[in-house]
Design a binder for this molecule. Sequence first.
Ligand code: AHR
Length: 319
Amino acid sequence: MKNACVLLAMLAIVLAGCSRDEGKQAGQVTVGFSQVGAESEWRTANTASVKSALVAPGFDLKFSDAQQKQENQIKALRSFIAQRVDVIAFSPVVESGWEPVLREAKAAGIPVVLTDRAVKVSDASLYASLIGSDFIEEGRKAGRWLLQDSTGKPGPIRVVELQGTVGSAPAIDRMKGFHEVIDTDPRFKLVRSQSGDFTRAKGKEVMEAFLKAEGGHIDVLFAHNDDMAIGAIQAIEEAGLTPGKDIRIVSIDGVRGAFEAMKAGKLNATIECNPLFGAQLAQLIRDVHAGKPVPKRIVVEEGVFTQDQAAAALPGRKY
Ligand code: AHR
């Protein structure tokens, strides 16, 4: 009886090994990637970059779209663990609530790489590395642009803010960085701040509400991403105001739509947030899988663009 049990246990281990390697070519790294969703132009570019690097020889990619819901991401992560992928990579919708599932991945011996957004965990060993932008610095850059563009303008300067997804790292950090800078100048008054969930439709809807509530008395819009700014531009035009003039607008991402809006004079500045880190991510995953030491934090390079640079920069924009 004891021998039969041992045999059964050995068989289970062999079968589990088989399912992990099923359909896999020798040397391939199986990656489970959970993406936030398809909420913005930025996200579409990021997905394309990740797929072009991981739908490639050497990788077997299992891709899952969370449609901006944390519960979908947790399900996807659990399914990757059950499939015994080699590495899990994901861009967390929000910062909190990851500890249990990350512990499950750790117990299963599957390393986790964070892309784009951070998580809040008490144990940093629950993930191997985070590759993405410095969102606090992006917020500061937006604030610095506004300070410079407001030189010689009298106060009060009435500012509204369209925040990203509530509880997400970019929304929390961009707000922090922006306020760190503008709060040093008493001319700036934040009159409204609300989430537009990083989408055009929501950005427009919330901006309409801001315009109504403030009777149009808004001088500046800071949008946590370009898509919300583009939605807000429509709302401003429909309210009979001129975006870029009556209301100065600064947003974040640097997508083509923002460059087109700047070229048309409707958006004043965009702070670049670089989504094209697929190739860097692929190398990071290879290194993590090979057990090599990797940096805990990899920050991607990005710049700041203003209206006067838009026409020249537009043809070269890759996203
Ligand atoms: O996490 C990056 C942010 O998420 C981008 O700025 C935004 O456009 C996206 O939805």
